[in-house]
Write a protein that binds this ligand. Structure first.
Ligand SMILES: [Zn+2]
Length: 377
């Protein structure tokens, strides 16, 4: 989803963020629930109470989505896949992993963990619905029935066999264990996903001309999301196929233009950022060892006065994941969160001296060259 996410919490060491759209959805759902659902289900409820109930329902809904994503994240972590963050957005959530499952069994467990949590949550609300005596408050019942319905929907939606939805991941894991080839399995699962996505869009468009026009919009939106996500996954496969076995040293730009650590930020801006077309530079100490990366973004975030006062060593990004050996596989580099964040890594030799730079642009260029070669042969 577009837009940067806003950090709201940290659970089990995993940062949780929300998309700015999330606030809009909270407001919209609260309004629909407060203006229509609760006044209908709870006769005589005051408008204020109806909206408060609406808000409570929406927050519970997002807690359910978060629980679902935590299910995925904790299983991934148990299998040694690092979890970068959990993002809640328009239609649900995404647990961002750095790296992929190593075998179909892990993928299957990871894919089923989220729906398993949703199934438990749904079952809990169903149990409450059955166990609470009829004479108990209409308010409680209305709230429970809404959560029951919505969690059932989350469960059902995620089990659609449309990769990258959970159901599609299950399908991919099964294909993977059958064929033994993850690329082929991903391609097949993504094709099925794309078909499901187009089917949902078609259904949505048809519904626009019926009494269910509003549901139609949701169907089309979800379909569009699935088609886009499936295309991205296919692109990912193309990159992995193209760069399997290609090392950072083979595609890096040389030589690396470096800034001596003794420079100040003003000079760095004038002599490097204005003169060369790069948006970040490695900063080196007197013995030519890379200390970290200085990015344009960091300089832009500073007040003008700080540019004169601060040393470069205070401004650089020292994340060791931004340095890499020439033999590192490009696909491994692409899955590093630090690389995706900065879009660039410094290739260094064994004593940390700079050899070159690998950027997203370098990778794209190499991919295009590969395509031309493939079509020529
Ligand atoms: Zn899921």
């Amino acid at each position: 989803m577009p837009g940067r996410s806003i950090r709201i919490a940290r659970i089990a060491g995993i940062p949780v963020g929300v998309s700015p759209w999330w606030l809009l959805i909270v407001a919209l759902l609260t309004w629909v629930l407060g203006a229509e659902y609760f006044p209908q289900e709870v006769p005589g409820v005051s408008p204020l109470a109806a909206y408060a109930l609406g808000l409570a329902s929406v927050l519970l809904l997002f807690a359910s989505i978060l629980a679902h994503e935590l299910g995925h994240a904790l299983v991934a972590r148990a299998h040694g896949i690092a979890v970068e963050e959990i993002d809640l957005w328009l239609l649900g959530g995404v647990a961002k992993m750095s790296g992929e499952a190593k075998d179909p069994g892990v993928e299957l467990r990871y894919a089923l963990a989220g729906p398993a949590v949703s199934a438990v949550v749904t079952a809990c609300f169903a149990l409450l619905d059955v166990l609470l005596p009829e004479q108990s408050t209409a308010t409680g019942m209305a709230l429970i029935r809404y959560e029951l319905l919505i969690n059932g929907l989350i469960l059902g939606f995620n089990l659609i066999p449309a990769f990258p939805l959970d159901g599609g991941r299950v399908l991919r894991a099964l294909l993977w264990s059958r064929t033994g080839r993850i690329e082929r399995a991903t391609e097949l699962a993504a094709s099925v996903g794309r078909l499901c996505g187009f089917a949902l869009i078609a259904l949505g468009v048809l519904a626009l001309f019926s009494a269910y026009a509003l549901d139609g919009i949701w169907f089309a939106l979800i379909g569009y999301f699935i088609v886009t996500a499936a295309r991205q996954e296919m692109l990912g496969v193309e990159v992995r196929t193209a760069f399997g076995g290609v090392s950072a040293g083979e595609i890096m730009s040389r030589p690396a233009i470096v800034i001596p650590a003794g420079e100040d930020a003003q000079h760095a801006l004038r002599d490097y950022f204005s003169r060369f077309r790069y948006s970040s530079f490695p900063v080196v100490d007197e013995s030519d060892r890379v200390l970290g990366l200085l990015t344009m973004q960091r300089l832009e975030s500073l007040p003008a006065r700080a540019l004169e006062e601060m040393k470069l060593t205070e401004l650089i990004d020292r994340d060791p994941a931004l340095l890499t050996g020439p033999e590192t596989d490009v696909t491994a580099l692409l899955s590093r969160p630090a690389f995706r964040r900065v879009g660039r890594a410094v290739v260094v030799d064994e004593r940390s001296a700079p050899l070159g730079l690998v950027s997203v642009t370098d990778i794209e260029r190499a991919l295009r060259a590969q395509r031309v070669r493939a079509s020529a042969s």
